[in-house]
Write a protein that binds this ligand. Structure first.
Ligand SMILES: Cc1ncc(COP(=O)(O)O)c(C=O)c1O
Length: 309
């Protein structure tokens, strides 16, 4: 439905790394689709297939007022002939509160605005039972597409590459994408994850998502053994960024035309360069998985009057 052959594998030349003989590639999942971009389609693909196989009316999911996942779900359901329901955090909001929510409504998503207290129950079984009663025959997909089907969809990213890198780098929020990548990696490759939240327990979160989705503990240990965490590149926490990060992204954009966003992908590419320089690593093949976020990146670039997206 969405064409993953648009996700090119490109070589990226960063001037700073010239002397270290680093071969850096970027998997351009941001090119898959304007709305269902980056890891969004990867996480939704098998959820959409599952909803169709089970003959559900559609997908019900959760998100904040600016959630990329909720718009992507609205667009993917629209395209695949499924209905969509979005449970949105904040009962003071409505569908005209911001462009993200407007877009969801334009794709035909039915939006329900709930209090922060109700939203806090989004992982609880009893709340899902209530939702199943109110909206029968919908597949419930967790916030951020963080379920088994989401992880399995993210495995496919590496199958479209030679999958022979020394290091693979990716941003981390719910950990779904990084788990999918870790599941698909050979033992000779390290996955370096860059959490975008401050004080995030990356390995703990990965362990609990793997456990929750039914993986056995020996398999969880095998997956986590492939992962190293770079937890010093959150730039203050989720949604935060600094002038130093924006300057870096602008430089990359002018040198390579690679669009980045300051919430996820800018932080990862900054981490790649900084970590390689500080650790004086040479002669390696590296993959940077570009997980999208460009819509948000464009909005921030406009607000800041800068060019990086
Ligand atoms: C652009 C972008 N990159 C990376 C991530 C992090 O992915 P995950 O939540 O699967 O860890 C997200 C959040 O879904 C995102 O929107």
């Amino acid at each position: 439905m969405f064409d993953v052959t648009k996700s090119l594998l490109q070589k990226l030349e960063l001037n700073e790394l010239n002397t270290q003989n680093i071969e850096l590639f970027v998997k351009r999942d941001d090119l898959i689709d304007e709305h269902v971009s980056g890891n969004k389609w990867r996480k939704l693909k098998f959820n959409v297939e599952q909803a169709k196989t089970l003959k559900k009316y559609g997908i019900l999911t959760f998100g904040g007022a600016y959630s990329n996942h909720i718009v992507a779900t609205a667009a993917a359901c629209h395209q695949s002939g499924l209905k969509a329901i979005g449970i949105v955090r904040g009962d003071e909001l409505n569908e005209d509160s911001n462009p993200t929510l407007r877009q969801c409504a334009d794709f035909g998503m039915e939006l329900h605005f709930v209090s922060r207290l109700d939203y806090a129950a989004r992982y609880e079984k009893s709340y899902h039972e209530e939702l199943n009663f109110e909206f029968p025959n919908y597949l419930i997909v967790p916030e951020g597409g963080a379920n088994y089907y989401g992880m399995i969809g993210c495995q496919e990213i590496l199958k479209e590459t030679p999958n022979d890198y020394d290091y693979v780098f990716v941003a981390q929020g719910t950990t779904t994408t990084s788990i999918g990548l870790a599941l698909a990696l050979p033992e000779t490759t390290k996955l370096l994850v860059v959490p975008v939240l401050k004080g995030f327990d990356s390995l703990g979160e990965m362990k609990s998502l793997l456990g929750y989705t039914g993986f056995e503990s020996s398999m969880i240990d095998d997956v986590l053994a492939k992962v190293d965490v770079l937890d010093e590149y959150h730039f203050g926490g989720y949604g935060k960024y600094t002038d130093e990060l924006i300057d870096f992204m602008e430089r990359v954009f002018s040198e390579t035309r690679l669009p980045l966003d300051p919430i996820y992908t800018g932080k990862v590419l900054y981490a790649i360069q900084d970590w390689l320089l500080k650790s004086d690593i040479k002669n390696k093949r590296i993959l940077f998985v570009h997980t999208g976020g460009i819509q948000g990146g464009k909005m921030i670039a406009k607000k800041e009057g800068r060019r990086f997206s």
